[in-house]
Design a protein around this ligand. Structure first.
Ligand SMILES: Nc1ncnc2c1ncn2[C@@H]1O[C@H](COP(=O)(O)OP(=O)(O)OP(=O)(O)O)[C@@H](O)[C@H]1O
Length: 317
């Protein structure tokens, strides 16, 4: 378990992490989600003692990182994948890490196999792509077979196969009962990987909830209705408003209705004799939930609303 207790980091006038208190529990993947500059990396660096808090504490199984006798055996971290000695081979890099933590070298070959770097482990890391460096970083994190894993933006630079692999790895490590803490600014990625979300913006806690609860409030079913009949669509819009539903014009020929069901919408269209080309329940997205969490906060209002599927830059207190 990782415990953050009033964790705060200031760099001069800049507060990177602001009074963060959360518990990251074992047996699940916890996503640390926030836009660029939200304080994710700083939080993770403080957990593994690479940075000192201005105030508050970060504890690993109730102890500060500095007090751990065999840190790599308790917590494995991928922080900055490119922070490698460029002249060393991947295997050499891992052997140095293993030696300083009393880990046998055979474990080095095991983790090289686990991350799929067998063919390139003898190459100098200076020649590694970002994706290969990420895999090497993950191998380093797994080296001590720790109960706690911290991955800072682990899918950066990975191709689709690599992204799927990280997702599967994170899920299987959590299924083994380990604490898995992964940062990302990609909501869509977290939706596929995490069980629980810690959302931060400008260093402050915005949400600490199971992913299902973050998404759930929006699931007051949105239904998309498309019709080629403009008049019929207007009649439907009116019908839903009278029924107390929330109606939005999704396009010239489509409505999005909240608080209804496809059954109710289908029956309404039938009753009004409106021809439909589409009737579809929309799955609530984490993007919507994220926007909901951060809108209404004055400090977020200066952020431009993104147009794409990803919500980078949505927040930032
Ligand atoms: N060593 C440092 N000195 C000064 N400011 C820093 C330092 N490290 C981080 N910051 C600032 O603290 C804030 C949080 O940075 P951090 O890298 O933790 O955010 P992040 O959420 O990890 O962002 P990203 O997704 O871009 O990595 C940023 O405004 C950053 O500029």
């Amino acid at each position: 378990m990782i415990t953050l207790n009033g964790l705060t980091k200031r760099y001069g006038d800049k507060t990177a992490v602001d009074d963060l208190s959360v518990e990251i529990l074992p047996g699940r993947v916890t996503g640390l989600l926030g836009p660029n500059g939200a304080g994710k990396s700083t939080t993770m660096r403080m957990i593994v003692g690479h940075d000192h808090p201005t105030s508050g504490r970060a504890l690993i199984n109730a102890e500060p990182y500095a007090a751990l006798r065999h840190p790599l055996r308790e917590v494995g971290a991928l922080l900055d994948a490119k922070a490698l000695h460029p002249g060393r081979s991947g295997r050499h890099h891992l052997r140095v890490m293993a030696s300083s933590n009393g880990i046998p070298w055979r474990r080095v070959d095991e983790v090289i196999g686990m991350v799929g770097l067998d063919k390139v482990a003898g190459r100098r890391t200076g020649t590694f792509s970002l994706g290969m460096s990420q895999r090497l970083g993950i191998a380093g994190a797994l080296l001590g077979d720790p109960e706690i894993l911290i991955f800072d933006e682990p899918v950066n630079g990975l191709d689709l196969e690599g992204v799927r692999w990280v997702r599967g790895l994170a899920r299987s490590l959590a299924a083994e009962g380990r604490t898995v803490f992964i940062s990302s600014h990609l909501l869509s990625e977290m939706q596929l990987t995490a069980d629980h979300l810690v959302v931060i913006g400008k260093g402050r806690l915005i949400a600490d909830e199971p992913i299902k609860e973050v998404v759930a409030p929006d699931s007051a079913a949105a239904v998309r209705i498309r019709s080629p009949e403009a008049e019929g669509l207007r009649a439907l819009e009116c019908w839903f408003r009278v029924a107390g539903r929330t109606v939005e014009k999704a396009a010239a020929d489509a409505l999005t209705v909240r608080g209804t069901t496809v059954e109710e919408a289908g029956d309404a269209a039938h009753e009004l004799g409106v021809r439909l080309h589409e009737l579809r329940g929309e799955t609530p997205s984490l993007e919507d939930a994220y926007l909901r969490l951060t809108t209404g906060r004055a400090e977020y209002s200066a952020s431009p609303r993104p147009s794409g599927a990803e919500a980078e830059g949505r927040t930032g207190r």
